[in-house]
Design a protein around this ligand. Sequence first.
Ligand SMILES: CC(C)(C)c1cccc(C(=O)NCC2(NC(=O)c3cccc4nocc34)CCCCC2)c1
Length: 246
Amino acid sequence: MKFTVLTLFPEMVDAFFSHGMIARAIENELVKASTVNIRDFAFNRHNSVDDRPYGGGCGMVMRPEPLFAAIHEAKRFSSDSRVILMSPQGAPFDQARAVDMASSSQDFVFVCGRYEGIDERVFLSCVDEELSIGDYVMTGGELAAMVIMDAVIRLVPGVLGGDASAELDSFRNNRLEHAHYTRPSVYNGMSVPDVLLSGNHEKIEKWRQSSSLKRTLLKRPDLFDKRPFSSEEKDILKKWYHEMEQ
Ligand SMILES: CC(C)(C)c1cccc(C(=O)NCC2(NC(=O)c3cccc4nocc34)CCCCC2)c1
């Protein structure tokens, strides 16, 4: 799987490729990743990548020629690639989509807008799909590309150590993490729940399921729409209900 990011600020994305699990995945050749500077394809007099909008109005629009040339250059190195525009009009990116993309056989070419956006003719003729990371106004699409690559690359087989398969299990997804503790066992007068020091793995797993269920209920009840209560979760809820009824 290969990611090529088309951007006016390649240094931003190259920095993302150079740290942590992402850098290791690239070093271990589990994924290929590169950036293309759109400005390198601005073959006009002033190397300009933007121009004033037809119809007037404020702001600038990204010119079609440099984008068109950069996309075609990016596609040259891959037999089957999907051109995705990072865009506020895009389909909402979520974990399910990350799981799909991580198992895709296609390469990805991510296009990052700047200014007021890209010329519509590039969208109409080159873009296969639009993705959005959320409803807020940003200055460019680069952070969206990095968010999406972060979520997808960690799911590529071999990137996550341990029981990576659990990550792909949508059953496990859509719940918040249980509380995490590490040494020291007492910090600022606060101690770690005894069960976590007990070594009783069945009780520890139960405590963790309960912690995850409690936090999801309190902080993100909407996640239950994506994946209803499991039978184990229902048992925990019944237990809580009877305890509260006492
Ligand atoms: C209604 C809403 C969403 C608030 C909105 C409405 C109108 C404009 C924007 C906006 O931000 N325009 C600027 C722009 N944003 C993005 O690229 C972008 C934004 C958000 C999530 C994204 N995911 O990928 C890319 C994303 C970067 C510069 C080039 C033009 C696009 C936002």
